[in-house]
Design a protein around this ligand. Sequence first.
Ligand code: UDP
Length: 324
Amino acid sequence: MKKVLVTGGAGYIGSACSEYLLDRGYDVTVFDALITGHRDAVDPRAKLVEGNLADRPLIIDVCRRGQFDAVMHFAAFSLVGESMKNPSKYFGNNLANAINLADAAVEGGVKTFVFSSTAATFGQPEKVPISENDRQIPINPYGESKLCFEKVLSWYSRIYGMKYAALRYFNAAGATVLHGEDHRPESHLIPIILETVRGKREKLMLFGDDYDTPDGSCIRDYIHILDLAQAHELALAAPESGHYNLGTGNGLSVFEIIRAAEEVTGKKVNFEIAPRRPGDPARLIACSDKARSALGWKPKYESALDIIESAWKWQLKFPEGYAK
Ligand code: UDP
C-alpha cells in the first residue's frame, strides 16, 4: 500500500483528492494548519497532523517518521487579489514554507512530489489554449510564488533525484458527494452563483462585460476536482518529472456559466455588471494533450452542467458548508 502525505488535505481540492486516494486503497496522512481548511473536510479514514509548514522541525519530523512514498502538496494561499495586497503572505507560505516541505521530503527519502500549480503561472497568455511550453510570465504574486516553487522542484529533482509533477490547474470546480467548495469569504464564481440561487446572497457581481470575448465576459476552463484527483494519482506512477496543464479544453464565459447554472437549478441567477476585477486575464483555456498522452489522463466531467450539478448537490446537502 502506498503512503501519501497530503498537505492541505482539509482544503477544497486536497480533501477531494484524499477521498479519491483513500477510495483506492492508499494510506493518507493529512498535514494542515486548518487556517483556510476545515477539520470536518478531513476524511475520517486519513490521519491528521495539525501543523503549519512554517514549522520546519515539525514537517521534517513528520516526513522522517512517515516513510511516505509521495507528497502531494496542496497547502497554499490562492487568492489573486489578496496576493496583490499582501505579497509577503504569498511568498512566505507558497514559497518559503513549501521549501521546508521540499527539504523535509528529501530528508524523509520521499521519491515523488506532486505539486498543485496553477494557470496563474502563465499570466496573460499569448494564445489559447495554453500548452506547457508557452511562456510563463505571472501577473500577480500568487502566480509568481507558484512558478518559483515549480523551479525549486526542478532543481531539487536534478540535485536529489526526487521526481516531481507540477499540475497546473485551470479553474477547479464541482464537488464530490462529501467534499465541496467552502471558502470564507467565498470568491469563486460557481459557488457564488449557487449561493445567489439559494438566496444566501442577493446577487452575483459580474466582473466585466467589456472583455475582448464574444459576449464580453471572461472565459475560463472549469475542471472537476475529481478529474484533478485522477491526474494526481496518475502523476504518482509517471516515470519522469513533468509539468502538466489540466483543464477540459472548453472555454466558458461567465454568462455561459450563469445560463448553465440556471439550467441545472431551474432558477434565475440575479446578477449585476460590475467593473473588471484587477488581474483577471480575458481567456484562460488549457491544452491538456500532454496530460492525456503522457499520463493517460481522461477527464470524466467534460460538461459544465455536470460540474455545476455536483456543486449544486453539495450546497443543498451542506447549506452552511462545513461545520466550524
Ligand atoms: N467572477 C465574477 N464574479 C465573482 C467571481 C468571479 O464575475 O463574484 C468571474 C471572474 O472575473 C472570472 C471568473 O468569474 O472571470 C472565474 O473567477 P474565479 O474567482 O471563480 O476563478 P479564477 O479565474 O480567478 O481562478
